[in-house]
Design a protein around this ligand. Structure first.
Ligand code: SAH
Ligand code: SF4
Ligand code: F3S
Length: 466
């Protein structure tokens, strides 16, 4: 699937910045200070995109509001991964008719993965007349142009033309945290797992140039960021479209060479492309967190084939064994789908036995949700909803037991943690493996790495003392 990645040119971006200037001038001429609210659903890719939208909005003169009530601009940055996620968005979108009635100047936009679905675009056109604009992820870089158009009284705008996808460098980002930063290294996905809608709504895989990524990381670290998470749907295939001889392991190594005390994380690794070179690179570099999120989806090779995952149970387990061998302290987390069409009790038992064998720190568990347009949505599915729910509960019970055991194993150990905030009486911190730790201490510690001795554990979190 060779698609030439196009890069948005500087004049094209300058055109957007000119729109920002005109929007800021418009509000100045009215003598008003506008506000905006961006609500983010779904994964870190959307979080990262929302930071760009807030960056653009700041450049247009908007201050950020805490909610939709009274805001001059409301953007819902949506997720399409499961039906439930979409229903929530439609519910919240409907509720915006009320905020708009109370503040008729309010401009409402829908973007993100749902905006890439033709059926959603249709539904907005026919049933949500209060929405002023819809733009898919391919068109995010054109948001100022859309906002200006809407403010100038153009009728509803849809920037949803399906494009191969491009890369825009230089969009301003208003980052949520001074301590932790998302850095997208690539966009889109080529894998077409049969259950998944992402390749349809986010387009083909395209990698940012290593120099652009490294420049961004250097700037972040210089500004005091302590943790960088490199983002992509399948980070292990980074660089394949660039032909510049840099793969994901090389990129990790290059980021780790940037001077300063910081930790590198990454999401998500597809098991097919996870290589020994990657694990060796992780093992060798103290700045790369010894945490691997390696979604397995199912423990049954038959189901994995139907999912088009391109690995089987044995290959997955062999990769995990190698990773654990070179990183004995490795924290493993994963995603799993229960109730894929045709999953038998035997297939499900394979999933349970894989979980028992690997012993994940924690799992993201999902009930299969048919996504219109994907191959799995058309597969015969004879298992009842009740049976799927029972399997789901059995799986969660097993994982909770394992998580609790692993957590109690932490008690008595001293771990280096990044203190990231306060929650009530305690400070919160994250271990290298991403575990939440609570302990008492002074706010001055926020933003520093501290050695914390673990004194207690539950299924979900750890408690400790300095
Ligand atoms: N690119 C990542 C996954 C991104 S989506 C990867 O391949 O690992 C996050 C998770 O949502 C997936 O790992 C999968 O477990 C789940 N998921 C995706 N589509 C789903 C669907 N149709 N029904 C249920 N879960 C789904
Ligand atoms: Fe979806 Fe598969 Fe791509 Fe992950 S790798 S985003 S599950 S198609
Ligand atoms: Fe959802 Fe899109 Fe992420 S579908 S999980 S927000 S890539």
């Amino acid at each position: 699937m060779d698609v030439k990645t196009t890069r948005i040119s500087q004049p094209q971006l300058d055109g957007q910045f000119a729109c920002c200037d005109r929007i800021a001038a418009y509000w100045q001429s009215l003598g008003q200070s506008p506000t905006a609210y961006v609500e983010t659903y779904g994964c870190q890719q959307n979080e990262a995109d929302s930071e760009k939208l807030r960056g653009y909005l700041a450049q247009c003169g908007y201050a950020m509001a805490q909610g939709a009530e009274g805001a001059d601009v409301v953007i819902l940055n949506t997720c399409a991964i499961r039906e439930h996620a979409e229903q929530r968005v439609f519910g919240n979108l409907g509720a915006l008719t009320h905020t708009k009635r109370r503040h008729p100047g309010q401009k409402i936009f829908l973007c993100g993965c749902m905006a890439g679905e033709p059926s959603v675009q249709e539904r907005i056109r026919s049933s949500f007349p209060h929405v002023d604009g819809v733009f898919s992820t391919h068109h995010l870089w054109r948001f100022p142009e859309m906002l200006l158009g809407v403010l100038e009284g153009k009728k509803r705008l849809f920037f949803t033309r399906d494009e191969a996808g491009s890369i825009a460098e230089g969009i301003p980002q208003a980052r949520d945290s001074q301590l932790k930063a998302w850095v997208s290294i690539m966009y889109g996905c080529n894998n077409f797992c049969t259950y998944c809608i992402v390749p349809y709504v986010r387009g083909r895989e395209r990698s940012r140039h290593p120099e652009d990524i490294l420049r961004e990381c250097r700037e972040l670290i210089q500004s005091g960021v302590k943790e960088i998470t490199l983002l992509g749907q399948n980070v292990n295939s980074y660089g394949k479209d660039l032909d510049c001889g840099v793969d994901f392991a090389d990129l990790l190594e290059a980021v780790a060479r940037i001077p300063g005390q910081f930790l590198i994380r990454f999401m998500t690794s597809h098991p097919r492309d996870a290589s020994e070179k990657l694990f060796d690179t992780m093992a060798r570099n103290p700045k790369i967190a010894k945490h691997l999120h390696l979604p397995f989806q199912s423990g049954s090779s038959r189901v994995l084939k139907a999912m088009n995952r391109h690995y089987d149970r044995e290959t997955y387990l062999a990769k995990v064994a190698y990773a654990k061998k070179v990183m004995p302290e490795l924290v493993l987390t994963s995603d799993v789908i229960v109730g894929f069409p045709g999953e038998t009790e035997e297939d499900f038992l394979d999933t349970l036995s894989l979980i028992r064998q690997v012993r994940y720190d924690s799992l993201f568990t999902f009930l299969f949700s048919p996504r219109p347009g994907t191959p799995a949505a058309k597969m015969e599915d004879l298992t009842s909803k009740e049976e799927k729910n029972r399997r789901f509960d059995r799986l969660c019970a097993l994982q909770n037991e394992i998580s609790a055991q692993i957590h109690s194993g932490y008690v008595g150990r001293t771990l280096t943690c990044l203190v990231d905030g306060r929650d009530g009486d305690s400070l919160t911190a994250r271990t290298e493996g991403g575990r939440l730790v609570r302990f008492s201490g002074d706010d001055a510690l926020i933003g520093s790495y501290q050695a914390v001795t673990i004194t207690g554990a539950t299924t979900w979190s750890l408690t400790g003392r300095l």
